[in-house]
Design a protein around this ligand. Structure first.
Ligand code: ATP
Ligand code: MG
Length: 486
């Protein structure tokens, strides 16, 4: 095998990567010379097996192959090439008069054929059309990928960088069978993420079975999860299939996993380790074929430290952790989410909300959103019902949002200790805390943080340069990669 690349000829629109498969040396060299003169990059080989190996390791645009090869025939090569993920466009070269071969090659998936001997012009024109087809194919593949992306994350509204990273992780993990643990505050979209993972997995034709481990009474939860046999307990008049069985071939979504009782933690661990379980009151062992996605708004690691959650189960669940940031750390999502919920509730509630005034938007961006996206959605729904039409103004917002910025002051530090305190240090520490909170809430965008603190940006930057604050920033558990300089 030899590869060479000649200089791109003037006027050639795109250089093609061509794999030339021809066992007759003179013919091969003549064609290669011609293709290189046109600026194409040519890799040559004389055997079908080597051609296939080459096409598996590098992506070619066009495979130009002789129909008669020493180790295989060109038709078979065409078929095998068409199954490769790079899917090169194939053109076969047939001996004079072998029309039947040409027809077979086309049937096998070749784009075109060249009857030997062929002229330079015919070769050139055929390569140009093959390359056009390849470009169209590539464009189509890209489009399909984009459409898939839009569809897959379609219910999700976000424009923030932090959520983009989450989306990327979701996209990577969806097609695997890995156990996923979704962590995030209440209302951040954990269930929506579980649904997205399921609908993008190969199991999407199976069911997504949710189980809220915190909402089902402990006495019933075991039977809910694993099913029960007739007579297993008072009231068990018939045997019943559990949710693990229902989720077979699909996904089981174990929500509020932090609330699982210790005995059930042991049973879940067994399902994750051995993929087996028994129904309550039964002896038969069932095999579980459900993908597990779990979620919690609790700090599982603290529960492990406090011995309330089994460490071994935590590690079994935490195979792929997905951390969903709270809304206050992705303020740039707020305008988009407001629009999304206005569209949704205009439709559902027959309202005609048209937008959000600047002042209302500023208030909404400053509010810390303890209930996250769910709370935002509820507020828009309430406005759609009460106000019905027009622009959302500050007076339409709940008091907690309207009144927060100016007349609310955060709790001051504790009373003066018996031994007294260093006033300037205490004041500085308090100031640092507020600055950090403002930066966190605005996703480290300094201009926004300054606005929130009602100081100008340069004052904030000066304060940040102060040694003590720099230390506080450095001591943070998850320091920002860099402060966004806008
Ligand atoms: N990025 C988003 N785009 C659109 N809708 C969202 C987004 N995030 C959350 N939502 C919506 O907000 C609501 C709350 O989301 P979800 O139920 O998934 O949160 P959660 O994290 O599971 O909350 P909890 O911990 O309380 O169970 C849902 O109606 C969901 O559709
Ligand atoms: Mg939830």
């Amino acid at each position: 095998m030899k590869t060479s690349k000649s200089a791109e000829s003037p006027g050639s629109s795109r250089v093609a990567k061509i794999l030339l498969v021809e066992d007759e040396r003179d013919v091969r060299e003549g064609i290669k010379l011609q293709l290189e003169e046109e600026g194409h990059e040519v890799t040559e080989t004389e055997s079908g097996s080597e051609a296939l190996a080459l096409a598996k390791s590098a992506a070619f645009d066009i495979v130009l192959t002789d129909v008669m090869l020493p180790d295989t025939n060109g038709i078979e090569l065409v078929q095998r090439m068409s199954r490769l993920s790079s899917c090169p466009v194939t053109v076969v070269m047939t001996g004079f008069g072998s029309v039947e071969m040409a027809v077979n090659a086309i049937k096998a998936g070749a784009f075109d054929f060249l009857s030997k001997p062929f002229s330079v012009d015919v070769l050139s024109a055929t390569m140009a059309s093959a390359l056009r087809v390849k470009s169209l194919q590539d464009e189509n593949t890209e489009l399909k990928k984009t459409v898939k992306g839009q569809f897959s994350l379609g219910k999700f509204v976000s424009s923030s960088q932090v959520m983009k990273d989450v989306f990327r992780l979701i996209d990577c993990v969806a097609d695997t069978d890995s156990t996923v643990l979704i962590l995030g505050e209440s209302g951040t979209g954990k269930e929506l993420i579980a649904q997205t993972i399921h609908s993008n997995s190969t199991r999407h034709q199976g069911h997504l079975i949710p189980v809220n481990c915190g909402a089902i009474p402990e006495a019933l939860l075991e039977s809910e999860l694993f099913g029960h046999e007739k007579g297993a307990f008072t009231g068990a008049v018939a045997s019943r299939v559990g949710r693990f069985e229902l989720a077979s071939g699909g996904t089981i979504f174990l929500d509020e996993i932090g609330d699982l009782s210790p005995p059930l933690q042991v049973k879940l661990l067994r399902v994750l380790q051995e993929r087996t379980f028994e129904r309550v009151g039964g002896t038969r062992t069932y095999k579980s074929d459900a993908r597990v996605i779990a979620a919690t708004n609790q700090d599982l690691e603290s529960l492990v430290a406090a011995k309330q959650f089994r460490e071994d189960l935590f590690y079994r669940l935490n195979v792929v952790p997905v951390l969903v940031p709270p809304l206050r750390q992705r303020v740039e999502d707020i305008p988009l989410l407001l629009q999304h919920f206005m569209n949704m509730f205009n439709d559902r509630r027959k309202a005609e909300l048209t937008g959000v005034s600047d002042h209302a938007m500023a208030l909404l961006c400053e509010y810390p959103w303890p209930g996250n996206v769910r709370e935002l959605g509820n507020i828009v729904e309430r406005i759609a019902i009460l106000k019905r039409r027009g622009l959302i103004e500050p007076e339409d917002l709940p008091e907690k949002i309207r009144c927060l910025p100016s007349d609310h002051l955060p709790t001051m530090p504790a009373a003066i200790p018996i031994g007294g305190l260093d006033l300037s240090r205490a004041v500085e520490e308090f100031e640092n805390r507020l600055i950090l909170e403002a930066l966190e809430r605005t996703n480290w965008v300094k201009s926004k943080a300054a606005r929130l603190l009602q100081i100008n940006r340069t004052t904030l930057i000066e304060k940040l340069k102060k040694k003590s604050l720099a230390e506080v920033v450095a001591q943070r558990a998850t320091p920002p990669e860099d402060l966004v300089d806008v």
